[in-house]
Design a protein around this ligand. Structure first.
Ligand SMILES: [Zn+2]
Length: 294
């Protein structure tokens, strides 16, 4: 009698344990199925022209933008103009200190030209490859200037700068016609802003172009630009595994149009991280190289 009761209790207990185990197994299967359905998409975020001089939007800062990114664990790639380190933007070493701190927080510093200004025409649309200049710098002179900029940035952040983003329209030409020159200076990754579809070469050298959907954002085009960015993501995610977006300093500053870009950026990141079909992982180019693009 005693042992029978014990047996029943044991059986009941076993049934409960089996039930729990089955429920757990089922949950595990459902999670596995969910993961299989949720495709992982790497998202890149880049800000160009850090810190540009030709703007009266003060204060000159990118901390507010990075704070929004960090709420979502997002990496930002900061395409910085090396010559700013020798100018008023770096008074008391402040710009160098900021870049070093951003790097330490997991963001990536990229090199963006040397001065972002053609030394012969003063145009900021081109720097080294301006077609309006017949007798410009020799390739050796360009390489020396670019290498000098790389050293400036690397001294500032205390780490290697792996990626070069040409200034203005240089960006497309760097990859197409001057790849050897920039690789010779030591860059592993070159970007091409004119590429609309993601592409890369065999050794992960090229990077796809990114579009700026938040250039000079106003309350009038806020919604329309957000939808365009979302549609661009949907298209890239449906056929590939990466998507990227770019911004420009000074529109990322909190003082620009009462922080409209920061609100827009936050709304986009909300939408991306809540996407029902994709699991968004934010990566810098360096992280992507490490993670592998196969
Ligand atoms: Zn630029």
């Amino acid at each position: 009698m005693y042992s029978g009761e014990s047996n029943r209790k044991w059986l009941a207990g076993s049934a409960l344990i089996v039930g729990i185990a089955m429920a757990m197994a089922l949950t595990g299967l459902m999670i596995a199925a969910g993961e299989a359905l949720s495709k992982e998409i790497t998202v890149f975020i880049r800000v160009d022209d850090v810190f540009m001089l030709e703007s009266d939007i003060q204060p000159q800062e990118i901390d507010s933008f990075l704070a929004v990114a960090e709420r979502y664990g997002a990496r930002v790639m900061l395409a910085a103009i090396p010559n700013r380190l020798t100018q008023v933007t770096n008074r008391d070493g402040e710009m160098a200190r900021q870049l070093r701190a951003f790097h330490a927080r997991g963001h990536q510093v990229l090199q963006h030209g040397f001065d972002h200004r053609c030394p012969f025409t003063q145009s900021t649309s081109w720097e080294f490859h301006n077609p309006d200049v017949d007798d410009g710098y020799t390739p050796e002179q360009i390489a020396a200037r670019v290498a000098g900029g790389k050293r400036l940035l690397e001294e500032a952040i205390g780490a290697e700068v792996t990626t070069y983003v040409g200034a203005g329209y240089d960006n497309g030409l760097v990859v197409r016609d001057h790849e050897d020159l920039y690789r010779g200076v030591g860059f592993r990754v070159l970007t091409d802003q004119n590429v609309t579809e993601m592409y890369r070469d065999g050794d992960k050298g090229y990077f796809f172009g990114l579009r700026d959907y938040a250039w000079a954002l106003t309350s009038d085009n806020y919604e329309e630009q957000l939808v365009m960015a979302q549609q661009s993501f949907e298209k890239a995610a449906a056929s590939g595994r990466q998507w990227g977006i770019m911004f420009h300093d000074h529109f990322t500053r909190a003082a620009y149009n009462e922080g409209i870009t920061l609100r827009w950026f936050g709304e986009l990141l909300d939408w991306l991280t809540d996407h029902p079909d994709y699991q968004v992982i934010f990566r810098s180019i360096d992280e992507w190289m490490e993670y592998g693009s196969d």
